[in-house]
Ligand binder design. Structure first.
Ligand code: C2E
Ligand code: MG
Ligand code: MG
Ligand code: MG
Length: 299
């Protein structure tokens, strides 16, 4: 009995916890250093109008190219940056780079950025964003701010106020990871989102639906119903829909039976850096018009 209590008392010094805490501190200082050394860069994933197949914009996804660890996923470093208070500076520097990159894109193209729950709680965030927009001379209407559904379990009134403030500076606001979180119908109705993005965990399942249909087993179409329901939910609320995680044409074909929407996913390409985007846009003839060519001036 007393032996057991003794052990419990010492669980404060659990070596696994010590190691975890140390790793965390190390990663924190690596993030701080990486931020100074420009190791973080925006990558871009294409967004397509599924009806026309045309490129309509890009979603910026953060990448960390660490000299020690190689390419680190945002799923790892964003939570650490949040917990050590670096998410603000990190995100602002990434958004600033993205706005600069997007200046060379055709003005029809939009830019989507993800923000974290901590930024959502910063009452100055819309002001900071506006400052970035003004200093890069990027029209607010071309910027789309994505808020994950997982943020909606927090103070809903605060989230609502934030969405309204963001819309007041002229940007659009999308609900990301739709279907995975806690949003109730009632909440969705009160939150003025401009778009919902159906999470790729549902969209990806559509491939199995297509496979089942083609091998004649007529397997269950539950997954298709789920995606259809999420699409209809958006439609019912009169909010446009984006499907993410489109990995092959069978998924695309199924989605296209569900009506008008935008989409993105590996079918169109993996997220790529600014230079690769420029190359793509050159091929598509979708670069921003620069100053008039020299011969024009001479004539
Ligand atoms: P998200 O915003 O839902 O982004 C979608 C994720 O799915 C991205 O992962 C993207 O690369 C991946 N993806 C896109 N299409 C496909 C597909 O067809 N198949 C598969 N298997 N995956 C696909 P990534 O880039 O690792 O980003 C993960 C999450 O990290 C993002 O989820 C977003 O919530 C967060 N994140 C990324 N950049 C930032 C940032 O700058 N700030 C904040 N706060 N969060 C960020
Ligand atoms: Mg997103
Ligand atoms: Mg998403
Ligand atoms: Mg997601």
């Amino acid at each position: 009995q007393s032996k057991k209590e003794g052990r419990n008392r010492y669980c404060w010094f659990d070596p696994a916890m010590e190691v975890e805490a140390r790793l965390r501190r190390e990663m924190e200082s690596a993030i701080r250093k990486g931020l100074e050394n420009g190791e973080f860069s925006p990558h871009y994933e294409q967004q397509i109008d599924l009806e026309t197949g045309k490129l309509v914009g890009f979603e910026m996804l953060a990448r960390w190219n660490s000299p020690e660890m190689g390419t680190v996923s945002p799923e790892i470093f964003i939570p650490v940056a949040e917990s050590c208070g670096l998410i603000g500076p990190l995100s602002q520097s990434l958004i600033a780079s993205a706005l600069r990159d997007a200046q060379s894109w055709d003005p029809s193209l939009t830019l989507s950025v993800n923000i974290s729950s901590m930024q959502l709680r910063d009452p100055w965030f819309p002001q900071k964003l506006l400052k970035l927009l003004l200093s890069s001379d990027f029209p607010a209407a071309r910027l789309d701010v994505e808020i994950s559904e997982s943020c909606l379990h927090e103070n809903l009134t605060a989230v609502q106020t934030m969405i309204v403030s963001l819309k007041n500076i002229g940007v659009r606001v999308s609900l990301d990871d739709f279907g995975t979180g806690f949003a109730s119908l009632a909440q969705l109705r009160t939150l003025p989102f401009d778009r919902v993005k159906i999470d790729r965990s549902f969209v990806g399942e559509l491939r199995r639906v297509a496979e089942a249909a083609s091998d004649g087993t007529g397997a269950d179409d539950q997954q298709e119903h789920i995606v259809n329901t999420l699409v209809s939910l958006g439609r019912g609320l009169q909010i446009p829909v984006t499907a993410e995680g489109i990995e092959d044409t069978s998924i695309l074909d199924t989605l296209r039976t569900m009506g008008e929407m935008k989409g993105q996913g590996y079918l169109y390409g993996k997220p790529e850096d600014a230079a690769a985007v420029l190359k793509r846009l050159t091929e598509l003839d979708m670069l921003a018009e620069r100053a008039a060519p020299i011969n024009d001036d001479e004539q």
